[in-house]
Design a protein around this ligand. Structure first.
Ligand SMILES: Cc1ncc(COP(=O)(O)O)c(C=O)c1O
Length: 427
């Protein structure tokens, strides 16, 4: 009998053995433990805890009857609104409508990797999905090293050294500040020097700014200011608007990269066609901004900033190294200083650290190697949003002072989880 043509060896070799995304896998594992009656603190999945602003939900309700296919690049007024939003909020000068709307920025990043035949450069650590996407397409991935001493930020000299070693090749660099997994932000001056190197080597840059509006200071810098002609800005509704499940992402292109936008739109036209119409109409309301959205963002940032600082301080007191907290809702503690104590418990790498922590304390995290760090490094990513965001937001809106008492009242699960980690390390 010949081997079945319906068997797995006929999978594309690029996807043979490809595991599901690490973040989704930890969420499923946590849910399975909860179903078994275990108490689990879900610090694995990076999802905004806050509800979608009421005015945006109302806009979605009103648009429920919108049923037509929309233009591949997206609803025209939405593309104009996003251009204005990026200008208003981030000072970005872009031609009107040079925007592509997609079903999540993740999909748009994937399409770019598919369309642009270049090597992918990503700092280590970086978000979990960039490298697997390159693998699916069969692109080469280079991890650019960073260090704790520089808050895990990509240094211009590292990019320069890599590009000089093999000059003249097409390259795509993805930078992401505020960062997932570290929560660090880059200053305007740091991005200016990085931009200068990217321009010198003509590296195509995706600036993944999905967390920009959750920069705790409210003033995120963008590499696009310093290298506008080579930078695609990536954003969406998932994080700042709490609407990850709505699946709407956006790319803003400079006029010089119209050829790339056009290629992506062609692929989109042959695959997802266009993003759900009601969601695009609702997004119009979100990106229009106004006092209600400004207040919403102010409160979200204030809660996240206080909570991030508190968690980082607790972990530092427990002996971890934690970089400066600047944005988003992640921490990337390094347990390296506790290596001897952990080795005595049989823990010598991030996978064992994450698994033992989950077994012993119920705290779900992700190991640093999922973000490109070496397997023997004792780093973890924690997502400090295991609390009822709607309740915390209401309390902040009602004028409750955001201090440690507020965190104990409204972010109880996260505080408990961090305390459990600190106790586990100590004992
Ligand atoms: C750094 C980063 N980029 C992109 C995404 C994808 O977001 P979207 O929901 O727009 O696909 C995420 C989501 O977790 C992320 O953390």
């Amino acid at each position: 009998m010949p081997a079945s043509l319906l068997s797995s060896p006929h999978l594309n070799p690029n996807v043979l053995g490809l595991p599901p995304s690490a973040t989704l896998a930890i969420n499923e594992r946590s849910d399975a433990l909860i179903a078994d009656g275990r108490k689990v603190y879900k610090l694995g999945l990076g999802q905004s805890p806050f509800p979608v602003p009421e005015c945006v939900v109302a806009a979605l309700r009103e648009a429920a009857a919108e049923k037509d296919y929309l233009p591949v690049r997206g609803l025209r007024p939405l593309r104009e609104m996003v251009t204005e939003f990026l200008h208003r909020r981030h000072g970005l000068e872009r031609a009107r409508r040079q925007v592509l709307v997609g079903p999540g920025s993740k999909e748009l990043i994937f399409l770019t990797q598919l369309a642009y035949a270049g090597e992918l450069l990503v700092p280590s650590p970086s978000w979990v999905s960039y490298a697997p996407q390159a693998r699916i397409i069969g692109r080469r991935v280079t991890w650019l090293q960073t260090e704790f001493a520089h808050d895990w930020k990509l240094l211009p000299q590292t990019l320069d050294a890599h590009c000089r070693a093999n000059p003249g090749l097409p390259r795509l660099l993805i930078v992401n500040y505020p960062s997932n997994p570290t929560g660090v932000v880059c200053s305007d001056a740091e991005l200016a020097t990085l931009a200068e190197v990217a321009r010198r080597h003509q590296v195509l840059v995706i600036s993944d700014e999905i967390y920009s509006d959750l920069d705790h200071s409210g003033r995120a810098a963008s590499i696009a200011h310093h290298y506008p002609e080579g930078t695609v800005v990536s954003t969406g509704l998932s994080k700042w608007c709490g609407a990850g499940g709505w699946r709407l992402g956006l790319f803003s292109f400079p006029a010089e990269l119209e050829w790339l936008c056009s290629a992506l739109a062609s692929i989109a036209s042959e695959t997802y066609t266009s993003v759900s119409a009601p969601i695009q109409y609702a997004a119009l309301r979100a990106f229009a901004g106004g006092p209600e959205i400004d207040a919403y963002l102010r409160h979200c940032r204030a809660v996240l900033a206080a909570l991030g600082q508190h968690c980082a301080a607790t972990l530092r007191d427990a002996g971890c190294r934690v970089p400066t907290v600047g944005g988003a809702f992640y921490l990337f503690p390094d347990f390296g200083a506790l290596r001897a104590r952990l080795a005595a418990r049989g823990i010598t790498g991030a996978a064992a650290l994450s698994e033992t922590l989950l077994d012993d304390t119920g705290v779900a995290t992700l190991p640093g190697h999922e973000f490109g760090r070496p397997r023997n490094e004792l780093t973890l990513r924690l997502s400090y949003v295991n609390f009822d965001g709607a309740r915390a937001l209401k309390a902040a809106e009602a004028g409750e002072r955001i201090d440690i008492a507020f965190l104990r009242r409204h972010c109880t699960q996260t505080l408990e989880a961090i305390d459990r980690i600190a106790d586990w390390v100590a004992n």
